[in-house]
Design a protein around this ligand. Structure first.
Ligand SMILES: *Cc1c(COP(=O)(O)O)cnc(C)c1O
Length: 435
């Protein structure tokens, strides 16, 4: 498969090129030239595969810089401990609608499903080309814990995880900072998620790849992550499909998860619409509904992982040359959007608790609220995180909530992190000392 730059159609790359160039020069992103649509019988022949074989077949459509055997082994190793009945649990809710619980991986986030194979393939390449990989991760909450878990203990890999000081939940922070490993540095930035992204881009301009080191960013524009997220949309749509195509309702931040669902649709899987849900930070909603691109300042909400002002992966889609002619048409054919403000998110958490005795996390609840509002059928709501991570916020909404905290252990462990201001010199000196 070939890819071209979203800014320059003539800039054509192979998978192996984009696999290693996460923040390319002139800030461009890449998108497949053409996503091959699979035939109906090809798709339905995949239905009885187990998830490892299924993931191998789909990822192989995109990934060709590694042998079949190595790719298979990496996927197999990544998912060895996964109980897919739990990790890809599809729960029927009401009126032929479903909740896809992707939040049962090792760090209780959907991000584990793609991050773990990413860790393993980077470990494979770091040894193969004998370089030290410096991995950078900016997190608005769950990416950090997932990356730390996925990259721990790799000999030739050093991971720097940036999170915004005081802007993620206590439990999310503890998940990140209590995983104390020599190859992981946790960096707490006095700023927001965008500040972390900005600083990481500057680091990439400042430290160059050479014979010994290679810099890689594992944020949600990482194409490998998009591929491994695409796979679960393919798998679930195929398994839920009876007579009607399904819609996915997705709490959306940087738009990686929604873009992945779009690619699954493009591959020909039985997906009708992708409904993105945002909170008070509703850039996506304004664009999808009204085609307005505007720079908004970030608002702090109860759903921090989708507090994002400009979703980079969305730019990947709208600037794509292959879509450009009929851009809005194409987007409207595939996407709907909804925004749920902070107050309604709070009310909804209470509503679902009272009505169904179930606590949902403040991200997933955006999509559930959207579903109830629109009373449609054949929807799959994507559950992206785990309510316990936001228990302190939820307890303010439901004060007498009795919930067993089976993560007490987290509170007994030491935390390790370093706080940095936005002073770039101090930061870069610290990073350079770690090389
Ligand atoms: C990362 C994250 C999102 C947003 O995913 P994107 O791919 O950035 O749109 C939504 N919810 C939770 C809980 C997350 O951690």
């Amino acid at each position: 498969m070939f890819y071209n730059s979203i800014n320059n159609k003539l800039d054509v790359k192979k998978f192996s090129d984009i696999f290693f160039s996460n923040i390319p020069k002139n800030k461009t992103l890449f998108f497949p030239f053409k996503i091959l649509k699979l035939k109906k019988n090809q798709i339905f022949s995949l239905k009885n595969l187990n998830y490892v074989n299924f993931a191998f077949k789909i990822s192989r459509l995109f990934i060709n810089n590694i042998s079949e055997e190595n790719l298979y082994n990496i996927i197999n190793k990544s998912y060895f401990n996964f109980n897919f009945n739990l990790v890809l649990n599809i729960e029927k809710i009401f009126n032929n609608n479903f909740l896809l619980n992707l939040n049962n991986g090792p760090t209780l986030t959907f991000k584990d499903i793609a991050m773990i194979p990413l860790g393993n393939i980077l470990n494979f390449f770091s040894k193969k080309i004998n370089k030290k990989f410096l991995i950078f991760c900016a997190t608005s909450g769950d990416t950090g814990s997932s990356a730390n878990n996925s990259f721990k203990n790799f000999e030739k890999i050093k991971l720097f995880t940036f999170y915004p000081f005081n802007m993620i939940s206590n439990i999310q922070r503890k998940q990140i900072t209590t995983l104390i490993k020599n190859n992981i540095k946790n960096i707490s930035i006095l700023g927001n998620f965008d500040t972390s992204q900005f600083l990481i881009k500057k680091i990439f301009e400042n430290i160059k790849n050479n014979k010994k080191i290679f810099l890689i960013s594992v944020n949600s524009i990482n194409w490998f992550r998009i591929i491994f997220q695409t796979i679960y949309y393919c798998y679930c749509s195929l398994n839920v499909y009876k007579n009607n195509y399904v819609n996915f309702i997705i709490p959306s931040g940087n738009f990686g998860n929604s873009l992945s669902a779009f690619i699954a649709k493009k591959l020909g899987f039985p997906i009708e619409k992708i409904i993105t849900c945002t909170n008070d930070n509703n850039f996506l909603d304004n664009f999808i509904k009204n085609n307005i691109i505007k720079n908004y300042s970030l608002k702090k909400t109860i759903s921090p992982s989708i507090d994002i002002s400009i979703p980079s992966n969305f730019l990947r889609l709208v600037n794509n040359n292959n879509l450009k002619n009929n851009q809005m048409n194409n987007i409207n054919k595939s996407f709907f959007s909804d925004k749920i403000n902070n107050k309604i998110i709070i009310n909804s958490i209470e509503y679902f608790y009272n009505k169904y005795k179930k606590i949902h996390d403040p991200h997933t609840i955006t999509s559930l609220t959207s579903l109830i509002k629109n009373e449609k059928k054949n929807n799959i709501v994507v559950s992206t995180s785990y309510p316990i991570k936001f228990i302190f916020a939820i307890k303010k909404i439901i004060p007498n909530l009795k919930i067993k905290l089976n993560i007490k252990k987290l509170f007994l462990l030491n935390e390790k992190y370093k706080i940095f201001s936005q002073n770039f010199n101090i930061l870069i000196n610290f990073i350079k000392k770690q090389l």
